[in-house]
Write a protein that binds this ligand. Structure first.
Ligand SMILES: NC(=O)c1ccc[n+]([C@@H]2O[C@H](COP(=O)([O-])OP(=O)(O)OC[C@H]3O[C@@H](n4cnc5c(N)ncnc54)[C@H](O)[C@@H]3O)[C@@H](O)[C@H]2O)c1
Length: 319
């Protein structure tokens, strides 16, 4: 079986978590690592023993033998760098967010469709073994009737850390909140209506979001994000007679069942070994590339990610 020839663009923080997985997949050959910051490029290529280091992604576009690309660059550069690869019909895995604005995501999704290009967005929580198992349990019953996502955090820490540009912090629901908010669609499906309230208490932007969601299948969703005080994350989803509850890191889920013993699931071996969800997510993308097929649920294509971005627009009142 010929190896899938992969180019990786972006050698920073998140590359440290994708590269161990790509190196562990026996049918992947990393043909080049690209970063326009040479210090980062050299440190990461040394760490992962990648011989071919390049500073311009144009070399990957010109290569002609590339089977797939991983776009792992800074939030503000993801959309711009993804676009030429989609136009060249090179299967593309891109980290979240798939553009900082839903109009960016729509444009990328249209380009992917026009060029019949495989795409997948790195919403890795959808591949957490605990969440996959928990959803499976609920679907074995009568299906999800409600899902509540609590995604509280003290956003002042992000402002104070100064790592992210202001444009990114102001759109933190897209840049990072997307992980938690996308779980509404993971459990609830496609959205029909959203009723939302945004408030500002302690930050130069709204920092309290509360939304009631009605899904097309009749289920109900609730998104709760308070960003003005220390907080935590949690998902609770229900099917008639069953309640699924996660801990704050989704490391453990527990299913309470009417009249039966509770059951629990914890992270699988690969979720403990690698960044959670990464092994299953990256392996699945590579298998889609090999089979020349578009990723399916629980994966998120660019087309599907437009729906999550539009859900965030509705929750935040932004566009
Ligand atoms: N899935 C997750 O859990 C998760 C977690 C953290 C970050 N991310 C996402 O991963 C992406 C990268 O985040 P990060 O934390 O690794 O950031 P980072 O700043 O540590 O790394 C990004 C790298 O991209 C490089 N880069 C930027 N523009 C480039 C260009 N034109 N050509 C080549 N290289 C370029 C930068 O030099 C930098 O080294 C972001 O989209 C972020 O949202 C995902």
């Amino acid at each position: 079986m010929a190896a899938i020839r992969v180019g990786v663009i972006g050698a920073g923080n998140i590359a440290q978590f994708h590269l161990p997985v790509l190196k562990a997949l026996s049918d992947v050959e990393i043909i080049a690592l690209c970063d326009n910051d040479t210090a980062t490029l050299n440190a990461t290529s040394d760490r992962f023993q990648i011989a071919n280091c390049i500073t311009s992604y144009q070399e990957l576009l010109d290569d002609g033998t590339l089977d797939a690309v991983f776009v792992l660059v800074s939030v503000l550069n993801v959309a711009e760098i993804t676009e030429p690869f989609l136009k060249a019909s090179i299967p593309t895995f891109l980290e979240k967010p798939p553009g900082l604005y839903s109009t960016d995501t729509q444009r990328l999704a249209a380009i992917a469709a026009e060029n019949n290009c495989i795409s997948m967005v790195g919403l890795n929580r959808r591949f957490y073994s605990t969440l996959v198992k928990g959803r499976e349990w609920l679907m074995e019953g009568d299906g999800v009737s409600s899902v509540t996502v609590d995604a509280h955090e003290d956003i002042s820490r992000i402002w104070e850390a100064g790592k992210h540009p202001e444009a990114v912090v102001r759109r933190w629901s897209y840049a990072n909140g997307i992980h938690a908010l996308d779980l509404l669609r993971f459990f609830g499906g496609d959205v029909a209506h959203v009723h939302a309230i945004q408030k500002r208490y302690d930050n130069p932007m709204p920092d309290s979001y509360s939304a009631l969601i009605e899904f097309e299948n009749g289920a109900v969703g609730r998104a709760l994000m308070d960003w003005s005080a220390p907080g935590t994350h949690r998902v609770q989803a229900r099917a008639p007679g069953m309640t699924l509850t996660t801990d704050s890191s989704y490391r453990r889920v527990i299913l309470q069942r009417r009249g039966k013993e509770d059951i629990a699931a914890t992270f699988s071996e690969v979720d403990n070994l690698y960044k959670p969800g990464f092994y299953a997510q990256d392996e699945y993308f590579i298998s889609c590339v090999r089979q020349k097929k578009s990723p399916e649920f629980p994966a998120v294509t660019l087309g599907d990610s437009v729906k999550t971005m539009q859900l965030i627009d509705a929750i935040t009142g932004m566009d």
